[in-house]
Design a protein around this ligand. Sequence first.
Ligand code: BG6
Length: 497
Amino acid sequence: MPPSTDEPFTLVIFGASGDLTRRKLVPALWSLYAGRTLPEPFTIIGSARSEVGPDEFRLRMRDAVREFARTQPPSANVWDRFAASLSYVPGDPADPALYTRLEHTLKDVEGARPGPANRLFYFATPPSLYDTIVANLGASGLANPRGGWTRIIVEKPFGHDYASARALNSQLASALREDQIYRIDHYLGKETVQNLLVLRFANEIFEPLWNRSHVAEVQITVAEALGVETRGAYYEEAGALRDMMQNHLLQLLCLIAMEPPVTFDAAPVHDEKNKVMHAIRPLDARKIDEIALRGQYGPGFAGGKPVPGYRQEKGVAPDSRTETYAALRLTVDNWRWAGVPFYLRTGKRLAKRVSEIAIRFHRTPHMIFHRAPSGVEPNELVIRIQPDEGMALTVAAKTPGPDLKLGPVGLHFRYGEVFGAEPPEAYERLLLDAVHGDSTLYARADWVEKAWSLLGPVLDTWAQASAPPPHLYEAGSWGPAEADAFIARDGGAWRQP
Ligand code: BG6
């Protein structure tokens, strides 16, 4: 379907008093508006239990924009025009009366402007409320306006295992078609992640090398310097595997490993990503130690200051076995990737915040520079997702001088240097795509279920009381020492980003 640009729409945010609305959603909507990319006319209706008036809501959102938006309010006038489109309807999402009030507000808004009644509902609430909201959207008729589209955006976690993900998908499907459901994975909205697809599929030179004949291994690192902050209670139930690996890192793997989709549209892209998921070798519950490793941060240092260990964080059990670090070794069993290991690792309280994908190529088959004193490092392509978005290709070069010495040199592309601007926030792109009806960068139901079923054996093994506890690592380090031994078993080493 072509994008439905420049049609009016109303966005209803459930959970509008929460952190996500303040830190990400409204700042992203503001930046889109300020950059003149948000279709108009639009209305944003916040909804939550807190009994605040619309003016108070606008003031809070102005503060949120000041604190978190990429684009600052250029003038009071522009902000006032944006704020005039913000309103607030208080209520309990479990109370049917809220939906009657929302219906009145929506009808007023939609009646006052020409064009169809397009509605986007954002679930920024705890996931335990999703089924209640979906049931009420269906029962109240809010999801079926006349002459317009209805879409919902659902935040992760989409379930906590395969069975709960299936149950959630069927609840959503009871009120809406799959093409109305947008499961957000904000990593897919990151500018460099999209750039990865452009790199692969808009350039001739990489694709011939993008396979087992030339690639020796792939490493995907998503490292965070922060700890669990205020989210201890949530994280206790999640852990790194559920919080990051099941979604963000597996999505990155799929984009690296997938075959070229016929076009960059939702169905072909989702289909190709699903083929990768089906090709990943199922994880053998009897050999989890060879495939997966978990760690947990102890006390240490972050930014030069002492920080507590995970077990001392608020909301965390003093004997918690939740992993704050996870590493996986995956194999994609297909013609393109047979035998190429994919190493994935993610963790909190690591040495620095950095996300990157490193493609390491084979060594040259024969070294003619036999008089070069040191060997040559294999070529490496590193796609830096954040920060310092960009990419670097390492090639061997002759170092200056009479001797034939070889050394690695990097060919760099830095987003900020070339385009002279910070890339847009992931939520900007993804919100706009949902308004335009483009779900290419969202997660489809079958992908989510497949990701849970893939990780099931690891989750089950780690949940057993008899399983060894996570390996401790010092906050501010690169993770547990055992992670080095884990990768060294194949003769490799983690890249130091
Ligand atoms: C979220 C996780 O999905 O991603 C958080 O729930 C994590 O625990 C965050 O901190 C990382 O996102 P980003 O964009 O800061 O890398």
